[in-house]
Design a protein around this ligand. Structure first.
Ligand SMILES: O=P(O)(O)OC[C@H]1O[C@](O)(COP(=O)(O)O)[C@@H](O)[C@@H]1O
Ligand SMILES: [Mg+2]
Ligand SMILES: [Mg+2]
Length: 336
């Protein structure tokens, strides 16, 4: 039985082929996506042998968010920075694990047009227990002058200005999914050749679904509208007749990936303890909102479209609701 599709384009081949549609393109974005693919493969190798080598557990420090930094968080962060700094397309980065932006000030980087924001490992609480985790990234064209070092303002752009965004999910297989305004495509890592291969063309988010993803433990701390919607999910019959199913992995990339493919909604609302929610606008919510919107879904903070929010600070947090269009519209009615 032939299980590997040998016809599938690799990520590198795919991005090079895409260039044929844009004869004037410089190829910088394609190069950047391939560099991100390389960082992802390096991280994947470590994630896959995490129980065998001394890479589980914490480094014994907290990050700028006040959260415990795991060894794999640090490894993934360093790997991303190294690959992007050695590459030719990125002028600087912002990361969940770095207090401040990192400006690459060598000549090649100063002449690069893109900045990249990322959450190197998403789902930190799942790292040590072999549950799916992810990486999220967001790409903007810089607004500062090419030829000079990038600036903070290059990173504080609303999500609607993203040129591309994506995620890697280290799950039962490892996948890289990325979106440009033209569409969302998915690539599965084929371990036999060590390449991401084109497996999920033109991903569309189903307009409806049966799954809602939320941390029920905080239920009594959510605002009334959110509680009303969750209550509705528990009582309302989904397409298959029964009530909606609750699925909450605790790795947002994995939860949103499932809902993107099968239909569903993910909620991380504000609560009494976390009045701005938990998730970070720039490198968690914006990229996922961009991908899901290009795929036909929606994403809001409960009041406003995520992609329209003007960021004020690098690590700002926001309540986050994202998913299938019809489910998002139902939620909106409850939040009024
Ligand atoms: O345990 P909680 O409060 O439900 O939070 C889980 C959420 O926090 C996150 O782990 C935050 O991401 P990091 O692990 O990158 O900090 C999300 O992936 C996940 O959805
Ligand atoms: Mg995260
Ligand atoms: Mg993280």
């Amino acid at each position: 039985m032939q299980l590997t599709n040998r016809q599938a384009l690799t990520l590198d081949e795919f991005t090079i082929q895409q260039l044929r549609n844009f004869p004037n393109a410089t190829g910088e974005l394609s190069t950047l996506l391939r560099e991100i693919g390389l960082a992802a493969k390096r991280i994947n190798v470590e994630v896959n042998k995490a129980g065998l080598v001394d890479i589980l557990g914490s480094i014994g420090a907290v990050n700028v968010q006040g959260e415990d930094v795991k060894k794999l968080d640090e490894f993934a962060n360093n790997e991303f920075i190294k690959v992007l700094q050695h590459g030719i397309s990125c002028a600087g980065i912002a990361s969940e694990e770095c207090d401040d932006i990192q400006i690459f000030d060598d000549e090649v980087s100063c002449n690069s047009k893109y900045v990249v924001l990322f959450d190197p490992l998403d789902g930190s609480s799942n790292i040590d227990v072999n549950v799916s985790i992810g990486t999220v990234f967001s790409i903007y064209r810089r607004t500062s002058e090419i030829g000079s070092p990038c600036t903070l303002n290059d990173f504080l752009q609303p999500g609607v200005k993203q040129i591309a965004a994506g995620y890697i999910i280290y799950g039962s297989s490892t996948m890289l999914v990325y979106a440009t305004r033209r569409g969302v495509n998915g690539f599965t890592l084929d371990p036999s050749i060590g390449e991401f291969c084109f497996s999920h063309p033109d991903i569309k988010c189903p307009t409806n679904g049966n799954v809602y993803s939320v941390n029920h433990g905080y239920f009594f701390n959510y605002e009334e509208g959110v509680k009303k919607y969750i209550d509705q999910c528990q009582h309302k019959a989904g397409e298959q007749g029964g009530p909606y199913s609750n699925r909450y992995i605790g790795s947002m990339v994995a939860d949103v990936h499932r809902n993107l493919i099968k239909g569903g909604i993910f909620l991380y609302p504000a609560s009494k303890q976390q009045p701005n929610g938990k998730l970070r606008l720039l490198y968690e919510c914006n990229p996922l909102a961009f991908i899901v919107e290009v795929a036909g879904g929606q994403a809001t903070d409960g009041k406003q479209r995520i992609l329209d929010k003007q960021p004020i600070a690098l690590h700002e947090r926001t309540p986050f609701f994202i998913g299938s269009k019809d489910m998002m519209e139902e939620l909106e009615k409850c939040l009024i």
